[in-house]
Design a protein around this ligand. Structure first.
Ligand code: ZN
Ligand code: ZN
Length: 260
């Protein structure tokens, strides 16, 4: 039977990242209303920037504790209706990695997902979703994802098709094939991003999912909710489910969360 909507989702944000809106409670109640059984918050991970840089797209390190305790409180309150989890969506950036892991462990986070928006400090860029014809960028993106996933710290790869390479199709295929093969070998599921579908971004990228279908990767849906309405977006979910069906993608029944 075709599913109407997701029954689990591990990709959602909170207003702490400065580009999401609404209260955590609104997301949780939306999830319960939609029949979701397991719901994870994975807000953008804070980075221990040196030199006083302050990010406009993520919380500060000192906000992480309040974030985790807020979700834990809701988890207790709603325990009879839904299972809530808390973690982060993180880039793998070697200079921040150890400190971020230390933080995630000390706060008792349930999981991390990787969203490789940057492979160098955000301060330096570039943003992976910026259109580019530079072959070196798509190679750097894939290299950094593979290196990060080899740590074993991340439960899945969010929007693997975030890299917005507009150059030679042969280069795109070669690099995305390399990424999909490595993720298959490491047992890392790939996420079809429902928010990207809703907002008409460069992802989900059809060519990418065609390759993932050929290679036989494990696939999950991620709402990537930045507001409670994102937890009710049946229309965009439907389009994502159609895409998965078209390319014969293997949708997992659930994600095995790895403790960081
Ligand atoms: Zn975001
Ligand atoms: Zn996200």
């Amino acid at each position: 039977m075709e599913k109407e909507f997701v029954i689990y989702n591990y990709h959602a944000h909170t207003a702490r990242c400065q580009h999401a809106t609404g209260t955590e409670r609104e997301y949780v109640e939306a999830a319960i209303g939609m029949g979701i059984k397991k719901f994870g918050f994975s807000d953008h991970i804070p980075c221990p920037f040196s030199g006083g840089y302050v990010s406009g797209i993520r919380m500060r390190m000192e906000e992480a504790e309040g974030y985790v305790s807020c979700i834990r409180q809701l988890a207790r309150e709603y325990r009879d209706k839904i299972r809530l989890f808390v973690g982060f969506e993180a880039e793998y950036i070697p200079e921040f990695y150890e400190k971020q892991m230390e933080m995630a462990r000390s706060l008792g986070c349930d999981y991390l997902i990787m969203g490789q928006h940057f492979w160098d400090s955000e301060e330096k860029g570039p943003y992976a979703g910026a259109a580019t014809k530079e072959e070196s960028r798509i190679c750097a993106y894939v290299d950094s994802v593979i290196a990060g996933m080899k740590t074993g710290s991340y439960s899945y790869l969010a929007h693997p098709d975030l890299i917005n390479y507009q150059g030679e199709p042969g280069v795109y295929d070669r690099e995305m094939r390399r990424l999909c093969l490595a993720m298959k070998e490491l047992g890392i599921p790939l996420e079809i991003n429902v928010l990207g579908m809703q907002t008409g971004r460069n992802y989900p990228n059809e060519r990418f999912w065609e390759l993932a279908g050929e290679i036989g990767n494990d696939v999950v849906f991620g709402l990537d909710a930045h507001k409670a309405d994102g937890v009710r977006d049946i229309k965009s979910y439907r389009k994502c489910a159609d895409l998965a069906e078209r390319f014969g993608l293997k949708i997992l029944e659930d994600v095995t969360l790895k403790r960081p």
